[in-house]
Design a protein. Structure first.
Length: 105
């Protein structure tokens, strides 16, 4: 397990935040709690607002390739397509061309 995050190689805020959330999920899962305090995955690289989701909710988002969970109001009308609204979060998918594609799931 490496724990190095080289700041110079950060490619995009959502991708970095996804990694942060993955790590939170791993830690929280070990503690067997039902809800995670994740960070908003919106395109604003200065946004680190907490976003509370259940394990099932987050896993559901992760199961949909190319989607991100953001706080309500953090979706971008220009860059994001809203997939659905959840309880305390919004699932978005970046519009084609708005962002580089991430691995394709
Ligand atoms: Zn945000």
């Amino acid at each position: 397990m490496t724990d190095s995050m080289a700041p110079a190689i950060v490619s995009s805020a959502p991708q970095l935040l996804r990694e942060v959330n993955d790590r939170i999920r791993d830690v929280e899962r070990a503690r067997a709690i039902a809800e995670y305090d994740l960070v908003c995955e919106c395109g604003d690289e200065t946004c680190t607002s907490p976003m509370r989701m259940t394990a099932a909710q987050y896993d559901e988002v992760r199961g949909e390739p190319g989607t991100y969970a953001v706080l309500p109001g953090h979706e971008s009308a220009e860059d994001d397509v809203v997939v659905r609204h959840g309880d305390g979060y919004v699932v978005v998918r970046p519009r084609a061309g708005a962002m580089l594609s991430l691995n394709g799931g």
